[in-house]
Design a protein around this ligand. Structure first.
Ligand code: IPE
Ligand code: MG
Length: 268
């Protein structure tokens, strides 16, 4: 028992130091400023492991922490994650309720003093139609965002009750309203740049999206950051279910990003 514990300790030390070493080598090269994740595959993960759906989502949250930690250690400035699509409200009530409860408890935990966001100075943004959530979750969101308001080293966007089409429609509506109330000529005002500025994700300070990663082998955008993906974004698909996604799945994606940046620089 003692021997096994000792061996595990040595193994963990080797893994941690190897990871640290790889991160310091990689961060000597170009690192994406903004990485987004479509965290897909929680229920299939739960099914193949004979677990409850809720457990799959719970382990999905653990994976989010893990991946966020890796990104922050790599100096990625902004991390976005698709936590809840507007369409997800159509899932069975029991599952939606469990997701709401999970968000309510975990959001506050993430923002606690001494926890990940505090440690790295990360500002939390919840991006989406927050008003669609139950009052208690809305309250937790407000509280969690306020707890990290002063942080300015990095950004975590959790897209919740979000859909790209909704984000774009709202931005266009806002643009039109602004133009009308200020009596501005639409030809000069109604531009791609103006719409971009009015997008919820941009308005919360996110830089252009460099890399979008979707897990679980599904090759669709599913209404996530569709506008942003047109900004020279590298889209990557991983066959790993989200709760299993980790360091060794992320590194080849970063290497591929660096390879493309370097080849672009050489051919420029
Ligand atoms: C993603 O995994 C969960 C959310 C972000 C809500 P799913 O719940 O879509 O799991 P699969 O894709 O059905 O396995
Ligand atoms: Mg899915």
């Amino acid at each position: 028992m003692v021997l096994r514990r000792g061996l595990r300790w040595i193994y963990n030390k080797i893994v941690t130091n190897t990871q640290r070493c790889i991160i310091s080598i990689l961060t000597a090269g170009p690192v994406p400023r903004h990485v987004a994740f479509v965290m897909d595959g929680n229920r299939r993960y739960a099914r193949i492991h004979g677990k409850e759906v809720q457990q799959g989502h719970m382990e999905g949250f653990v994976a989010l922490r893990r991946v966020l930690d890796i990104c922050l250690r790599m100096n990625v400035h902004c991390v976005s994650a698709y936590a809840f699509a507007i369409d997800n409200f159509n899932r069975p009530k029991e599952e939606v309720d469990a997701l709401m409860n999970l968000a309510q408890s975990k959001l506050l935990e993430l923002c606690n003093e001494g926890d990940l966001l505090d440690e790295y100075g990360v500002r939390l943004n919840i991006v989406g139609r927050i008003e669609l959530f139950p009052k208690a979750l809305q309250e937790a969101i407000r509280k969690a965002e306020n707890m990290t308001r002063q942080n300015n080293k990095a950004i975590l966007n959790l897209h919740m009750a979000y859909a790209s089409t909704d984000e774009m429609t709202t931005a266009i509506e806002d643009c039109v309203k602004f133009g009308l109330t200020h009596n501005i000529d639409p030809d000069t005002y109604f531009t791609q740049e103006e719409i971009d500025k009015h997008l919820m994700t941009t308005a919360k300070g996110s830089p252009p999206l460099d890399v979008l990663i979707r897990t679980s082998g599904v090759k669709r955008l599913s209404n996530y950051l569709v506008w942003q993906c047109c900004q020279n974004t590298q889209i990557q698909f991983s066959s790993i279910y989200w709760p299993d996604f980790g360091f060794w799945d992320f590194i080849p994606i970063i290497l591929d990003y660096q390879r493309k940046i370097w080849s672009r620089r050489i051919s420029a």
